[in-house]
Write a protein that binds this ligand. Structure first.
Ligand code: UD1
Length: 426
């Protein structure tokens, strides 16, 4: 068990290059199941979640060759149809195999997921959507069981909420269904567009990804493809926030500012100078940031993934701000950790009021999920003295080489064994 030790007060400056998006690559890996043969995915981030998904694909009968930045997935004609609990509980995104397995095998058994510690996240939209496509769904002994013995049939599906996971599952089921599937109130995230591009590369007929209505004409078979993962907008945004919080100057490469419009707009509102580069953008901050109100919403709204960073930034900003979380009910769990660092935060339901302080004060804290972990490390950068962030495995799920990247920008940060974990582990 390791933790991150961070000493505050560094102004981060330099360049960082972002890898492919975690939230995309896991779904692209699931999509590979749709076609027998070798699919290659590039721009693959070196994160734990990719290893878990690769293991899941192996258990379904695939041969997965994982080289740095690259995955070659050999999918057999006959694939397994069961995703075990020991993997699914480590990775909620593994629910993404439900649609492809159902489409390929006419049956799927996927253990009910665990994953991020951020509140109850139902599967009702996945279930209702797949039922519209003619599947029968049931839950039994901790498994979600889906059957479509006579194949899936295209249908019109209206999502009550633009769920990313449900949109992806329905797209991957719809591409091999008979007839036309229309998903209305679909999620519009860049990762949905990335999945759509990969499916098109496999021969699928998908239209409208990135808008609220996605139309799919089912085909009888798909072929393997080679696809480069879209850059990780959440990682890019994390470094943008780091620049603002530490009053730094960072060039962020392999990033798409158009995927971060609202976030960058808010950072400009805090006083940052943001400019575009050929392959990314540049964030420079001189002086203390001003507090900024934020309301999280599905894309293109302000992403819930940035909530820990924007609250951390407001904790050291000039003035007071209100941050409202609308997507995941448990996202505020990390606030108690930020308060341990001296932040002045009150919560009421899904609202948090933050009164900025000149400095935070270093202390031991615990990552409660991936983004909270990153947010706490950034807070440690602007806290006096030493902060340790334990439960590092959360950060490793989503950030490849985070510590090394921060070091290269001048941060005083290291990974070290967690002495407390050793004591309790003994
Ligand atoms: C994905 C991302 C996550 C990001 C989120 C929102 C992955 C692995 N995770 O999560 O990082 O924060 O999108 O951009 O890609 N919901 C239901 N019923 C359902 C499905 C979802 O009620 O059937 C609810 C959830 O409880 C949650 C909200 O909808 O409150 C968002 O879920 P969804 O958009 O599906 O997010 P994920 O795909 O889980």
């Amino acid at each position: 068990m390791e933790r991150i030790r961070v000493a505050g007060s560094a102004r981060l400056a330099g360049e960082v290059t972002v890898t492919g998006a975690k939230n995309s690559v896991l779904k692209l890996m699931a999509a590979a199941l749709l076609a027998p043969g070798r699919t290659t995915i590039t721009e693959v981030p070196a994160i734990l979640d990719v290893d878990v998904m690769a293991e899941l694909l192996r258990r379904l009968g695939c041969d997965v060759d994982h080289a740095p930045g690259r995955l070659a997935i050999d999918v057999p004609q006959e694939i397994g149809d069961e995703a075990d609990y020991d993997l699914v509980r480590r990775l909620r995104a593994s629910i993404a195999v439900l649609g492809p397995l159902l489409a390929r095998c006419g049956e799927a058994r996927v253990a009910l997921p665990g994953g991020d510690n951020i509140g109850s996240r139902g599967l009702d939209l996945h279930v209702a959507g797949l039922q519209k496509l003619g599947a029968e769904l049931d839950s039994e002994h901790g498994f979600l069981i889906a059957r479509a013995p006579h194949g899936l049939v295209g249908a019109a599906v209206w999502l009550d909420f633009p769920s990313v996971g449900a949109t992806e599952n329905l797209m991957m089921a719809g591409v091999l269904a008979r007839g036309t599937t229309v998903i209305d109130n679909a999620a519009r995230e860049p990762e949905i567009v990335d999945l759509s591009r990969m499916l098109q590369g496999m021969g699928a007929k998908v239209d409208g990804a990135g808008s609220s209505t996605i139309e799919i004409q089912g085909v009888t078979a798909l072929s393997p493809t080679t696809h480069a993962t879209v850059p990780d907008r959440i990682v890019a945004g994390t470094f943008a926030m780091a620049a603002v919080m530490t009053r730094g100057d960072i060039e962020i490469h392999n990033a798409r500012p158009e995927h971060l419009e609202l976030v960058l707009d808010r950072l400009v509102g805090c006083g940052a100078a943001v400019s575009e580069l050929d392959d990314g953008f540049h964030v420079e901050m001189n002086g203390r940031p001003s507090a900024v109100d934020v309301v999280t919403l599905p894309y293109p709204g302000f992403s819930t993934d940035f909530l820990p960073m924007i609250i951390g930034m407001n904790a050291v900003a000039e003035g007071a701000a209100m941050v409202t979380e609308n997507v995941f009910e448990g996202r505020f769990r990390f606030i108690q950790e930020l308060v341990r660092l001296g932040a002045d935060i009150r919560t009421d339901g899904h609202h948090a009021v933050i009164r900025g302080r000149e400095r935070l004060s270093g202390a031991p804290v615990e990552a409660t999920d991936i983004r909270a972990g990153a947010g706490l490390v950034l807070a440690g950068l602007v806290a006096e003295g030493v902060t340790t962030v334990s439960e590092l495995h959360h950060i490793d799920r989503g950030y490849a080489g985070f510590v090394e990247q921060l070091q290269a920008l001048g941060a005083d940060v290291v990974r070290e064994p967690d002495p407390n974990a050793a004591v309790f582990g003994a």
